[in-house]
Design a protein around this ligand. Structure first.
Ligand code: ADP
Ligand code: MG
Length: 266
């Protein structure tokens, strides 16, 4: 269970960042006070274009950065005062996880299992299970540098999930994945939900979200523009599919420069 209340995040920009923006603002309000809950047994989708504030929201939730205002609770633990406990509940997955190419999947996964304080027996059980699900078993003792991109990506997911977290936060889960790997990932997220886990993903791909998620929040310019089940979002926007609902809200939000690009330095 995730509870987010009044979450706001303002970045103080570096000189270099300030030079890059036209209006020379010193601050960037990436998230402007948002509220939502994610239940157990649920896959929640945070949908929005580049620069909307998705990654910032998820990084706050994972306690990787501190919110400027607002509160975060994960399974009852307070992100501000119980960061360590929150981190023990969750996994933060991103396709940017870098692994040392000299080591093997077996060694790397074990290393992270120990880092989480798992027993050797638990690590072994979990490795066997996850390597099997993601097809890593035949490459267990191959140097990571010799693995295909898809296999490296699947291994990164295995490494992040080694401690069997209750809450899974996945920033852009299918970004850059080939179609077979993407299917393995979305199938696994569905199986996590069926095990009663709490899953939150961010994506700008509506068809991925529509298939995978039980509820959605559409976020633009750091604000939630619509939230609920597919039916609720369609009735809020008067549209007949998620794609159209998204573009309807997009046109309203970015009306002055709709479809001219928006913010791309994500
Ligand atoms: N560390 C940072 N410093 C300054 N600005 C940032 C930082 N991280 C994100 N931003 C800005 O905050 C806004 C939201 O970014 P982000 O959360 O990454 O969006 P998304 O993941 O939806 O593409 C963007 O304008 C981005 O440039
Ligand atoms: Mg992002």
């Amino acid at each position: 269970m995730i509870q987010i209340k009044g979450l706001k995040k303002t970045f103080v920009l570096s000189k270099k960042q300030m030079a890059a923006n036209k209006d020379k603002q010193k601050y960037k309000v990436a998230v402007k006070g948002i509220d939502f809950d994610v239940k157990d047994n649920e896959i929640f989708g945070l949908l929005g274009p580049n620069g909307a504030g998705k990654t910032t929201t998820l990084r706050c939730l994972a306690t990787l950065i501190q919110p400027t205002e607002g509160s975060i609770h994960v399974n009852g633990f307070d992100g501000k005062t119980e960061g360590e406990k929150v981190r023990r509940e969750l996994a933060f997955l991103t396709n940017e996880l870098k692994m040392d190419t000299h080591f093997t999947p077996d060694y790397t996964t074990r290393f992270f299992g120990r880092l989480h304080g798992m027993s050797e027996a638990d690590i072994e059980r979990r490795i066997t299970q996850l390597f099997d699900i993601f097809g890593v078993t035949p490459y267990r003792h191959t140097k990571i540098g010799d693995l295909s991109t898809g296999m490296k990506q699947k291994l990164a997911i295995v490494v992040s999930l080694i401690h069997d977290p209750n809450v899974i936060i996945f920033d852009e889960p299918t970004n850059g994945l080939d179609i077979i790997t993407a299917k393995a990932v979305t199938d696994y997220l569905t199986s996590l939900k069926q095990q009663g886990k709490t899953v939150i993903i961010s994506t700008h791909m509506m068809h991925v979200a529509e298939k995978l998620c039980d509820r959605f929040a559409i976020i633009m310019e750091g604000e939630i523009k619509a939230i609920g089940t597919l039916e609720e979002i369609l009735s809020q926007t008067g549209e007949s599919n998620l794609d159209d609902a998204f573009f309807n809200l997009y046109a309203d939000t970015y009306s002055s420069d709709a479809f001219s690009g928006g913010d791309n330095h994500a």
